[in-house]
Design a protein around this ligand. Structure first.
Ligand code: ADP
Ligand code: MG
Length: 603
């Protein structure tokens, strides 16, 4: 976790940290493997020419002494199986290197993916609320899965393959030139053609793959939406329409695969054609050179072997280059996450007691540049230990006030401040504020865990008595006891579906378990009936009388007993006072009160 801005290379190096040894080992074995691959054609060519045939060849001294230690050319000629044995041994050694190369490469790749995911997850959960608002969950998940895979392939597959192929080409070309430069030229002239051709095709294919991918995404989105919203589909009798929509998309998807497969078949067929043409020319010219005495038979065999060894790697090179050139997009998509600034405290922070007066001082706020001003010079005070109600229409900025108090968003220094005990909350550690101010957010969210785990979500250790106590105040205990599994009842897709009011009460219990000094209820009683609302407020009053309570509500009865009521309209505080004071002022509050009061409805 860091707020350092990283370039593409920085990022790759950062990800590779800690598993470099696997990459070095895989490079080492890739090199050894290429080297060993060079040996057998040489052995065979020597055998054909000097052992079976009678040609005297220039051979390096160390090979000569090796042959002599086996008993010389004569002895080998009589015991050809020794050479076969040598060929097998070399092949086994090369195979072992190939195995070790793959092994270390795979371990390195898996460690790399693990590290990338851990780093990303750690970073993402520390990114500010505003970042999460701006970025779609689906997109973030896509970056953490597909883009991570692209980077893994780039570093562990393409990069190592590039290295391996280049080494192989250098070695083979060295030996091929040693055998016959003209034939080497004939062979090599095809390489740029094959590489460019395969690059061209892979670019085309990659575009097709992308289209197929996005169509697949569309298809699963339709399926997922319909499965999640199955009740709505049934209720409105939209099965036929939705089925048709799915079938159309499915057909389009299959059509795309069809085109992609045709493209692929064409590429493989024409690629084979070019490669075979190259092999044919090499064999043809090689045969002519051999017949004309410009090459020995052994050299001819060796040359053809080296050439064949290069066919696949060269064809792959085009693909590797084309894929690598596309990885930049994925690296940038990951870089966007890693380079987004995480929430950070000031360098020096203070942790004063939180059970003090809370003051909003001339707070103005807007979500991001160019967005409308949501709060306009808001000032009010909440005395420690009192209950303050906030009333106002939807969109008047009530929730925003609480987000600012919880530092989910920060106030720019010139746009006022919020203080607790006269200390600016901007000078406190974010975690300190959040753990001391209990928030029941307007839209409660429960995890797919048991009810007990959900209520004790902020606790590392759970004590069922505390969970019960909090649930009792939130008027949830009785409801939970009616479930056959009680507090172990599972919430979410595979468990019970809670009603809006039950969810709100679970969220209240979740907050109460921490017994915070400051408690915020953001429209948290809107979905419970008036009677339960009143019961919860009374229980709260009894149990937590010394806490500061901020009660945001639509229903006047919820907050009319508050020590002070603040009325918000379009980002401004328009009225402030006790229930009686506000009624006598005969303003907005009095108007809403009359609208909501049953007598008015009757009369
Ligand atoms: N994350 C956000 N990004 C942009 N605008 C937002 C965001 N959250 C809320 N708003 C806007 O801010 C205004 C106030 O919203 P909010 O504080 O939720 O009001 P209230 O809680 O009083 O209903 C609304 O116009 C809303 O559309
Ligand atoms: Mg709200």
């Amino acid at each position: 976790m860091t707020n350092k801005k990283m370039s593409r290379t920085d990022l790759l190096i950062y990800f590779l940290k800690g598993n470099k040894k696997y990459y070095l080992l895989s490079f080492l074995f890739a090199g050894l493997m290429a080297l060993l691959d060079m040996v057998n054609p040489k052995v065979i060519s020597f055998t054909v020419d000097s052992i079976i045939g009678n040609i005297d060849r220039d051979i390096p001294p160390f090979v000569e002494s090796l042959i002599n230690s086996f008993g010389g050319v004569e002895y080998l000629r009589a015991h050809l199986y020794l050479i076969a044995l040598a060929v097998i041994l070399v092949a086994i050694a090369a195979g072992t290197c190939r195995y070790l190369f793959k092994l270390f490469n795979t371990i390195g790749a898996e460690k790399l993916v693990q590290r990338m995911r851990d780093i990303l997850y750690d970073h993402i959960i520390h990114l500010p609320f505003s970042w999460h608002n701006q970025n779609h969950t689906g997109d973030i998940i896509q970056r953490c899965t597909s883009d991570v895979d692209v980077i893994k392939n780039f570093l562990s597959e393409q990069f190592t393959n590039l290295f391996r192929v280049i080494i192989l080409i250098i070695f083979s070309m060295y030996f091929m030139i040693g055998i016959n430069p003209v034939l080497t030229f004939i062979s090599a002239i095809f390489f740029p053609i094959i590489i460019l051709y395969s690059m061209f095709f892979h670019n085309k294919i990659a575009d097709s793959f992308e289209q197929v991918d996005s169509m697949e995404g569309k298809l699963s989105a339709i399926a997922q939406e319909n499965l999640t919203g199955v009740r709505v589909v049934r209720a409105f009798g939209r099965e036929k329409y939705e089925k048709q929509r799915f079938e159309n998309t499915n057909e389009e998807y299959i059509g795309m695969w069809d085109r992609l497969m045709k493209l692929l078949s064409m590429f493989w067929a024409s690629g084979d054609l070019i490669s075979n043409l190259q092999i044919m020319l090499v064999v043809g010219f090689g045969a002519v050179f051999t017949v004309n005495g410009k090459m020995t038979t052994g050299d001819f065999i060796a040359f053809v072997s080296y050439n064949a060894m290069l066919t696949w790697p060269v064809r792959m090179l085009g693909r590797v280059i084309s894929e690598m050139s596309k990885s930049g997009v994925s690296i940038d998509r990951i870089r966007y996450i890693i380079n987004s600034e995480i929430e950070a405290d000031k360098e020096t922070t203070v942790t004063p007691p939180i059970d003090r007066d809370i003051k909003f001082e001339n707070v103005s706020f807007s979500y991001g540049d160019g967005s409308p001003e949501i709060l306009d010079n808001v000032s009010f005070e909440i005395k420690a230990g009192t209950t303050v109600g906030i009333l106002g229409g939807t969109g008047s900025g009530k929730s925003t006030l609480m987000y600012l108090l919880d530092r989910l968003y920060n106030i720019a220094p010139q746009n006022g401040r919020i203080t607790i005990g006269n200390v600016d909350i901007a000078d406190m550690p974010i975690s300190y504020i959040r753990s001391n101010i209990g928030m029941v957010l307007q839209e409660p969210f429960l995890f797919s865990r048991s009810l007990a785990e959900n209520i004790a979500i902020t606790r590392d250790k759970t004590d069922i008595n505390e969970i019960r106590e909090a649930s009792r105040i939130a008027m949830l205990d009785e409801t939970i006891n009616k479930f056959s599994k009680g507090y172990d009842t599972y919430v979410g897709e595979r468990g019970v579906t809670l009603s809006g009011g039950q969810k709100q009460r679970a969220a209240i219990a979740q907050m109460l378990i921490n017994k915070p000094k400051v408690m915020v209820f953001d429209d948290s009683l809107s979905a419970v009936d008036a009677e339960t609302d009143s019961k919860i407020r009374h229980a709260l009053n009894d149990k937590t009388s010394d806490s500061t309570v901020i009660l945001i509500a639509h229903r006047i009865t919820t907050l009319m007993n508050a020590d002070k009521i603040i009325v918000m309209d379009k980002g401004k505080v328009i009225e402030e006072g006790t229930h009686e004071q506000l009624l006598s002022e005969n303003g907005m509050y009095a108007k809403i009160y009359k609208l909501q009061s049953p007598d008015e409805v009757i009369s």
